[in-house]
Design a protein around this ligand. Structure first.
Ligand code: ME8
Length: 670
């Protein structure tokens, strides 16, 4: 059966300028679609803009234009951005489209007919400037908890969707995985929320307060609550062009169920969304669907936040990174690679331009780009610029790299390759990218070990076998990275004339400029100096270690004072455990918060100062070495129940330790 994916992003508020949170979500959805297609699957990718509501109305009033004029000017900032980031949605939807208005009005009328919408008068504390109600509990000494101004008691009639009726059915959908929520901890969050009685949802706003919205077809004094309107975009995109509802024909569901695109795509829907809009997607939306007699969404992929200086990037804080600047400085491929490599799906990650530069220079310029450049250069010098044939059995290292490449291709080609599926708590998408970069490192290792540039003088056949094998490996890597870096991957394949994924010996290679130019990052030097000075300083005070960096004095590791007896060693509980989640710690540059399964039933929280050198995505789903019997220690207001053990590389950067193959979680290292 063909693998199908209907992938959606949130529809973005048109009033905001696109920021990297929006760019990340759209790039993620695009990459999921591309990975599905790489595997022979079919995809439909939807994004768009959310154009109704208070903020739009106010902004338009301020400018002295109509809300429609306002949104018509703004939506293209989003629509025009996506192709420049190599995102190729099949449909860009706007909630002001007549087709969408008709869907929303039909849904409202159908639910009204079914007795699932009713009007009620409620009383609450109203903040006039903020134009919103607060409950008794929320107000602070008679003032608005948001702006601090006095609130007034107000009565208002409104329309309510009887959401509470679907509580049990929703719990069942989440528990059985009928609606899968990725990552799993978010499903628990939703189930936790559903332990309290579910309230009915107010789905109207009186026009006297807000007129910019979709009118309720059965009560013209009201417009629809903006979320009720916005969520329905996901079905509008699959609906036929429906006329406005009339007294005779005003239902929605029959038109959807009988419509081929809806039948084809709806069972395969995956909504990508940020964790801040989980309740709307995991509670409001499925209950709306259930009420309409439609299936709940198949899957919700909840993404974390990009943090900057450890706070969520947001317009009000003013720390928003402009995706246009990022794109223009580094190009869309590097930007996409950074986003998808650096953030584990579902977890928060820190954004810094320095990290973009580091990824670009290390992974892309040094490892990937330089590899192709060197190999093409060697073929130009020694084989007339043609792809040499493999004429000998491969060396041991080459055979290992090629077997690994084959393994990655086989994994990708399975019938049910699901880029969002989570295996050992790591999204498949992240693992594929990380594994492909391991292949690239292995290929660089082949060049170092087999040294074809030297061998060509003495054993031309060995050299050409190496170059052929490495080129073959680069073709595999380029194919597997195509969903992440469409243009760079296509260019790599073009230079090897292997656009169809097949390397043909004898074909002329095409030379070109380096694919990933290096970038300078001034701060990088300062950072290096900072981390390099630390081990020395620590050793100087403790008086142990190999060398005192301040005095230069050298002490042998085996000096008697450093020896311990076996009992002393045996008191340390060194254990291997699986990293279930990893995320940056607020207000800390260095710390990661890890949840590690040590086979104790509950995972342990361990804080580790490795955030600057190890991205969380490199840890999740891997086993790591920890010392498990240290007393708990407070760090940044959180308890750490153990310590991650790391080595340091030549530059003083920390490297976690993984076992050569999987072992039971919690096993003692002796
Ligand atoms: O919520 N890092 O729209 P929106 C990562 N219109 N993602 C971020 C982020 C950050 N720093 N800041 C925001 C809406 N986002 C509604 C959606 S869908 C029917 C209606 C993400 O423009 C945020 O989590 O405010 C959300 O998923 C998305 O940007 C859209 O935000």
């Amino acid at each position: 059966m063909t693998n199908r994916l209907y992938v959606t992003t949130p529809i973005y508020y048109v009033n905001d300028k696109p920021h990297i949170g929006h760019a990340y979500c759209t790039i993620l959805a695009d990459a999921l679609a591309r990975y599905t297609r790489l595997d022979g699957g079919e995809t439909f990718f939807l994004t768009g803009t959310d154009e109704h509501g208070q903020k739009v109305q106010q902004a338009a009033e301020k400018r002295g234009v109509t809300p429609q004029q306002h949104v018509d000017e703004l939506f293209s900032a989003f629509q025009d951005l996506w192709p420049t980031l190599e995102c190729a949605p099949d449909r860009f939807i706007r909630t002001t489209e007549p087709a969408h208005k008709n869907v929303v009005q039909r849904a409202l009328w159908q639910l009204y007919d079914q007795g699932l919408i009713e009007d009620r008068t409620f009383e609450g504390w109203y903040c006039v400037p903020d134009e919103r109600f607060w409950t008794e509990k929320e107000i602070v000494a008679g003032n608005c908890p948001d702006c601090g101004r006095p609130v007034t008691r107000l009565q208002e009639r409104n329309w309510f969707f009887l959401m509470s009726r679907f509580q049990d059915r929703l719990i069942q959908a989440v528990q059985t995985g009928e609606m899968a929520i990725v990552p799993a901890n978010r499903a628990n969050e939703v189930l936790g929320f559903l332990r309290e009685p579910l309230q009915d949802l107010c789905i109207s706003r009186p026009k006297s307060r807000l007129s910019w919205g979709i009118e309720l077809p059965f009560d013209r004094d009201f417009v629809a609550y903006v979320w009720f309107d916005a969520l329905l975009n996901y079905v509008t995109a699959l609906a036929p062009e429906l006329p406005p509802p009339t007294a005779e024909d005003h239902a929605l569901t029959p038109h959807l169920l009988g419509h081929a695109p809806f039948q084809k795509w709806w069972p395969h829907v995956t909504h990508c969304l940020g964790k801040d809009i989980l309740t709307t997607h995991a509670v409001y939306w499925p209950t709306m669907l259930l009420a309409l007699g439609l299936p709940v969404p198949k899957r919700l992929v909840t993404t974390g936040w990009w943090l900057m200086d450890d706070a969520k990037m947001s317009k009000s804080i003013g720390n928003v990174v402009d995706p246009l600047v990022l794109r223009d400085t580094y190009g869309p491929d590097v930007m996409r690679y950074f986003f998808l490599r650096e953030m584990a799906v579902g977890q928060d990650a820190n954004f810094s331009e320095e990290a973009v530069v580091r990824r670009n220079n290390a992974d892309l310029a040094n490892d990937l780009g330089n590899l192709l450049q060197r190999v093409v250069g060697m073929c130009t010098r020694s084989f007339d610029g043609k792809i040499p044939a493999a004429t000998q059995p491969p060396s041991h290292v080459l055979a290992d790299a090629l077997a690994y490449a084959q393994h990655l291709q086989d994994e990708q080609a399975t019938d049910d390759f699901e880029p969002v599926a989570v295996t050992s708590s790591q999204a498949r998408l992240n693992r594929t990218i990380a594994d492909t970069m391991v292949l690239v490192q292995k290929l660089n290792g082949v060049i170092t070990a087999d040294a074809p540039f030297k061998k060509v003088q003495t054993d031309k056949e060995a050299a050409q076998t190496t170059l052929n094998g490495v080129l073959h490996g680069i073709v595999v890597a380029a194919k597997l990275l195509a969903p992440v870096m469409p243009a760079a991957s296509a260019e790599m394949l073009r230079r090897m004339q292997a656009q169809d994924g097949t390397l043909r010996p004898g074909t002329q290679l095409i030379e070109g400029a380096p694919l990933f130019p290096k970038h300078e990052w001034k701060m990088e030097m300062a950072e290096l100096v900072d981390t390099k000075s630390q081990p020395g300083a620590a050793q100087a005070t403790s008086g142990r270690g190999l060398q005192d960096f301040r005095t230069g004095e050298f002490r042998s590791e085996s000096e008697p004072s450093d020896l311990i007896d076996i009992e002393t060693f045996a008191r340390s509980q060194l254990r291997l455990g699986l990293v279930i989640s990893a995320e940056p710690v607020a207000k800390s540059k260095k710390l990661l918060r890890l949840m590690i399964d040590l086979g104790e039933g509950q995972p342990r929280q361990i804080l580790s100062g490795i955030a600057e050198t190890v991205p969380p995505v490199d840890l999740i789903g891997k086993q790591v070495l920890v010392i498990a019997n240290l007393p708990p220690r407070m760090m940044m207001g959180m308890e750490s129940h153990g310590m991650l053990l790391v080595a340091e590389d030549a530059e003083g950067k920390r490297v976690p330790l993984h076992p050569a193959r999987d072992v039971p979680n919690g096993v003692l290292v002796k």
